[in-house]
Structures are given as C-alpha cells and as structure tokens.
Design a protein around this ligand. Structure first.
Ligand code: ADP
Length: 688
C-alpha cells in the first residue's frame, strides 16, 4: 500500500538535480554544525557532540559518484564549516585546524569506505564494524591535525583536544553515518522498484516501542536524583534491535540518545553528580553503546531474514528446475534409467519402462525381465558385460548394441550407453531404440544383393549364350532356344529397372485421372500374366467382381493392380489350388471405392503386416518363394496416397493375404491441390 508513494518519493529523491543535493547537504551541514557548536565544553570552547562530521562524510560519499561532485562537496564544505566556527567564537588557528582536520578526515573515511565496503552501504554487522574502524582511523588523523593547528595557536594540552575530537567525531561518523548509508540504500532500493525488505512488526508495535522508550528514558535520565540505573534502558534497545528493520532501529537509538543527551546537559539523571564535560562524554558513550546494540541486532536480524528469503527462493528454483528436468526426461525419446550405488532404482522414464519393463528393486535384474538379451552376434549377454553392473564399477559403456527378444517373439534392438555418476553415487543407463534403423539396414542389404543378382545373372547368361551363338555349326533349334533365353533375361533386367524407375517417379509424378474401366484393366493384366506363366505352371483360378467406379490415373492404376496380382501369384499356392479374387466395394464412410486383391497363399507374419509397405522390406516367409526387391508394395502405397487414399493388408482366415486400397470414385475424391490435368495441359500449349 505505501509501496506506491514510497517508490514515487524515492524516485523523486534519486532524480533530484545534483546542485539541489549539494545545496541540501550544505544546509544540513550548517545546521548540524550550529547545533554542535551550541553544546560546547565551557573549558575548551569545543563542541560536545558533532553530527556535522557524519553529514560531511555522507556528502563526500554521495559525491563519490563523480569526480566533479566529490570536488564540489569537499570545497563547498570549507566555507560552511569556517563560517559556523568563526561566528561561534573559535580562534582563527583552531578554525583552520577544524576545517583542515574535518576535510582530511572526510576524504580518508570516504575512500576507505569505498575500498573496504565496495557496495558503499551498511548491510550487515561486518559493514557496521568496518565503518567503526574506518571512523577511528580517519578521525584520529583529523584529530592530530586539529591538535597541530591548536598548538600553533598556543592552545590547550594536546590530549584535551584530541580525545574529545576522536570520541565525538568517530561516534557521529559511525552512528549517524551508518543510519545515513542505510537510508540511502533504502531510497535507491525503493526507487528501483525492487521489493523492499518487509517490516517484521505491525505499526502498533512501532508506536509501543516509541512510547516505552520515551517513558523509560524520561524517568531514568530526567530524574532529579542521581540513581545509577541507566542500564534499565538497555532492554528497550534489545527490543528495538530484534524487532525493527535496521534503519528504524538506528533511528530509535539516535532519538533515545538525543533525549539522554538533552537531560544530561540539563544536569539531570544518573550522571548529574559528575562534572559537565565528563557527564556529557559518559552519556555519549552510553548512547553509542545502546545505539550499537540495536544496530548490530537489527543488522543481523535483517541479514538472517535475507538469508532465509534467499534460501526459500533457491529452494523454489531448485524444485522448479527439477520438475522441468523430470518433465523433459519423461518426454524424451531415449530411455533413461538412474540407479543408486547399490544397484537399486532411483529413476526410470517412460521410454525405458516401455522397452525394458518397469524396474523393481532387485539389483542387476534390469536386463533379465521377460526377455532374452543378446549381443549383435547373437551371444547371450554375460553378467560381466552388463552395462549397469559395469557402470557401477566405474566403467563407461558406449553405444553397445543389444537385442531384446521378448517372450512373445518380438525383438527390440537397443543401443545402450551407461555412465557412472560422480562420487560413486550410482549410474545412468541411456537406451535408444534402433529397431527401425536396424530393420532398414537389413532390408537395404537384402535389396542390394537382389539388385546385384538380378542385374548380374542375366549378363552372365548373355555372355554364355552369345558365345554359343558364335558357333556356326549350332543347330537352328538350339539357336532359337538361346535367343528365347536371352530375351527372358533381358526382360528380367528391364522389369527390375522399370520397377526402380516407377518407384522413384510414383511420388513426384503428376496425376492424369480419368474414369476407368476397372474390369477391362484387371482382366487384361490377368490374361497377360497367365500367358507369361507358360503351360507347365499349375492353374490359378481368378474371380473378378469389379462393378464400382474408379477415378484415377490409368497408368498408375495399372501398375497398382499389376503389383498386387503379381504378388498374389508369387506368394500364392503352387499346387493347383490357388485362387485370386479381385473385387470392388463401396466405402460407406467416405463414398470412395475399395479395391481388394485376395489370395489363399502363404500370408504375412503378424510382425511384418505393418512393415511390408516400407521401402525394401521383405518378410522372411516369402524370401525362399520368389525373388523381389521389396519395392512393389512401397510403390502401391505411394500410388494410393497420391490419390488421397490408403492401402492396408490383413491375413485371410484359413491362409492367404488380402490387400485393400481406397481410391477415388469420382473427381470430388481427389485430394486438394491435384491438378485438373486436362485444363493444365491445354494452358501449357503456346498460344499461336
Ligand atoms: P517383393 O515382392 O519384391 O519382395 P513387395 O514390396 O511387393 O516386394 O512385397 C513386400 C513383401 O511383402 C514381400 O517380400 C512378401 O514378403 C510380402 N508379400 C507381398 N504380397 C504378399 C502376398 N500376397 N502374400 C504373402 N506375402 C506377400
């Protein structure tokens, strides 16, 4: 609530032009000097308390921000001090001494403060004690200079000048100086808008502390009799120190000191029987000790609060970053598993649990749950090579390939890293699922060998038969047979090359869709296939029921049916009982046409059902049946997708596979963006 005006006021104060601040300090210096000079020791005509020393010091500290401001502060203080001391009756030698002593002492104190307390403030007990030390050193130098000047003017004994100077200046610098520095910090903190330290007490307690202090000080130090009971003021300083923020506690100490000084100088209270000068100094030291008590207590309480707040904040930040880290790790595509030094689980993310199974307490059981672990060579993983065990012994494992064969037969290929944690705190095992990579590598390898075989074999055949043809005595019948074989080998090569071409083009090629006569196309393919198979191959019974409309690119559609019927023949029965059905139906959900090709052949193993459409993939059970590249179904999928459709496969109960493709029944079913080719082609023709 008061944050608003507090911040505004602090902002205005820090924004004051520097000449205003200089003028303010000059006025304050004059006022405090006049005040000090009104309380003087009769014997020496020297001041008893000297708050001006602190104002002088604070002015110079403020001036530290620029060389120009420092010079102005130091020079402007000279006439102010000289005028006040001259007017209030000091001799000229002493005036010179006071001015010189004060200036030198201020410079030393300001520079020492900047050197020893780089943040130039009083934040903790250490800073307060450092300021006290600085004040002692600086004021000793100042005092010596005054003693010198006084001696030149034929003044009093050096001790009677030096000691009072040191006491009142050092006390003033430490007490008022620290309050000033705390105030300055509070102003700049508020002005910058950062949250100011919160008060530990309610306003009522402030009032109560003030009330009790005034009552105690008045009764103790304003009494007619000289009862030595000044100590009863101490608890109120402890109260203030423990409960108030340091600035308020210091202000409280200073105000109580003011009351004390007032009564003592007026000749009342516990010190009234001492002579004037002694009474004042005893009172001043009492006041300083009481002030320091509240200041030190309050500063340590403030620091404690700062530390606790910092601790809470650090704790919250640590919790937040731990939560973030857990979230990131739990969403990672890698499996992460952390074990304690005894091999017990500390953390396991979702992926790790999915591949390895949830990890329970038994050490080293992690690789042995519901699956067999083998290395890439197919050898079982020995305990000595187990990555987690090794990591717990301080050995790093990098990219170890392990195959996990689960009891249901499916295999997960993992790449495993295991790293010991620092200070033998356990180990981290990171697993990456490389099944897809491994499958792809395997498929690619098979594809390469098929391509090599299908291109190399015909060439060898060519060479052999060409050599034979060179023989002029070769019978005509033999000649014709070898030419026929050469043609077959060439056809095989051409098929392979065409397949590769179609595969690479099926994605990019533009569609030229039209209404197709499906039955005509399918029967054409069947006729060709049957003719090619020759007479010695057992019969296959075909069923064609294709009455639904299809709107597609004719060449692609041909390729699609050709591949599927080709596969049905390749992987179909060979004992004369093979049956192949090509049928269409209406997909009620989309209005598109479904075309299915079904056989009663070897079918597809469950684990391969999803993969047969991947590039180069071939199922194990078909490898011995027919040669192939693993590209036919990948081409079919590209064709289906380019028509906005899809392809799927299921095994037929009783044996065989059924492939189903969804294709457009009319132009409306084409995917958005497919060019209406007729119009496009026309527009490409140059207009002349
Ligand atoms: P290719 O026939 O050249 O191997 P495809 O991409 O046409 O390649 O087929 C991929 C794999 O799918 C084949 O290797 C085979 O294992 C399996 N497959 C395809 N069609 C059939 C089918 N009708 N019956 C059984 N398996 C099939």
């Amino acid at each position: 609530m008061n944050m608003g005006w507090g911040q505004a006021a602090a902002g205005r104060l820090t924004a004051l032009p520097s000449w205003t601040v200089h003028a303010g300090f000059a006025l304050l210096l004059a006022a405090t000097a006049v005040f000090g000079r009104t309380i003087t020791l009769e014997s020496s005509n020297l001041a008893l308390v000297w708050p001006a020393a602190a104002i002088h010091f604070l002015w110079a500290v403020w001036g530290l921000r620029s060389r120009r401001d420092l010079v102005i502060a130091l020079i402007a203080a000279v006439p102010v001090l000289a005028a006040v001391t001259l007017v209030t009756g000091l001799g000229s030698a002493l005036v010179a001494g006071v001015v010189l002593g004060s200036t030198v002492q201020t410079v030393i104190a300001a520079f020492l403060l900047r050197r020893l307390v780089p943040h130039v403030g009083v934040r903790n007990v250490g800073d307060y004690l450092r300021l006290g030390g600085i004040a002692l050193v600086a004021c000793s130098v100042g005092g010596l200079l005054v003693v010198g000047a006084d001696a030149l003017g034929g003044g009093l004994s050096p001790a009677s000048v030096f000691v009072p100077w040191l006491i009142r200046h050092a006390v003033s610098l430490t007490a008022i100086g620290s309050l000033g520095l705390v105030l300055a910090t509070a102003i700049s903190v508020r002005a910058s808008g950062t949250a100011a330290p919160k008060s530990r007490v309610r306003p009522l307690e402030h009032v109560l502390i003030a009330f009790v202090s005034i009552a105690l000080y008045t009764t103790t130090f304003g009494a007619d009799t000289a009862l030595p009971i000044s100590y009863i003021a101490i608890p109120v300083h402890m109260w203030a120190g423990l409960r108030l923020l340091s600035g308020w506690a210091m202000l409280h100490g200073l105000a109580s000191g003011g009351i004390l000084l007032f009564f003592t100088v007026a000749g009342r209270g516990p010190f009234q029987e001492l002579d004037g000068g002694t009474a004042a100094y005893v009172a001043q030291s009492f006041m300083f000790i009481a002030f320091s008590l509240s200041a030190v207590l309050a500063l340590s309480m403030d620091e404690r609060q700062r530390l606790i707040t910092g601790l809470y904040r650090a704790n919250e930040e640590a919790e937040a970053s731990a939560a973030l880290r857990d979230l990131v790790i739990s969403r990672m595509h890698d499996g992460v598993l952390v074990s304690g030094p005894d091999g017990r689980p500390v953390f396991q993310n979702e992926m790790s649990a999915r591949w390895l199974g949830p990890w329970t307490a038994q050490p080293a059981e992690v690789w042995r749950r519901g699956y067999d672990v083998t290395t890439v060579n197919g050898e079982p993983l020995t305990d000595a090579d187990e990555p987690l065990t090794l990591a717990l012994q301080g050995v790093v494992t990098e990219r170890l390939d392990l195959d996990l064969t689960h009891s249901d037969g499916h295999v997960v290929y993992l790449s495993v890293d295991a790293i010991p944690l620092p200070d033998e705190q356990g180990a981290v095992v990171v697993t990456r699922n490389v099944t897809d990579d491994r499958m792809y590598q395997r498929d690619l390898g098979r594809f390469a060998s098929v391509v090599a075989h299908d291109l190399m074999t015909p060439l060898t055949v060519f060479d052999g038969w060409l050599e034979m043809l060179e023989d002029p005595d070769l019978p005509v019948a033999e000649q014709q047979a070898s030419v026929a074989r050469l043609q077959q080998a060439s056809l095989r090569m051409r098929n392979l090359i065409r397949n590769l071409l179609v595969y690479s083009l099926a994605k990019e090629e533009r569609l030229a869709p039209s209404h197709l006569d499906v039955t005509d196309i399918v029967e054409g393919i069947i006729d060709l296939r049957t003719a090619l198979r020759g007479r010695d191959v057992p019969l296959v019974r075909f069923h064609v029921r294709t009455a639904h409309p299809v709107y597609a690119d004719e060449r692609m559609f041909l390729q699609l049916v050709e591949n599927l019927v080709g596969n049905a023949l390749k992987y179909g029965r060979t004992d004369g009982t093979a049956e192949i059905t090509v049928a269409t139906s209406l997909d009620a959900a989309t209005g598109r046409t479904l075309i299915s090709v079904r056989d009663n052949g070897i079918g597809i193993p469950e684990a391969d059902l999803e993969r047969v459409f991947d590039d180069f993939h071939r199922a194990e059970n078909g490898l011995g049946r027919a040669s192939g590249t693993g590209l036919g179904l990948a081409i079919c999928r590209r064709i289906a997708v380019s028509h906005g459709g899809s392809i799927s496969v299921a095994n037929v109960p009783g044996g065989g596979a059924e492939f189903t493709i969804s294709l457009p029944a009319g132009p409306d079913h084409l995917p958005a963006g497919v060019a209406q080719t007729d119009a496009d082609d026309v527009s490409m023709v140059p207009a002349h």
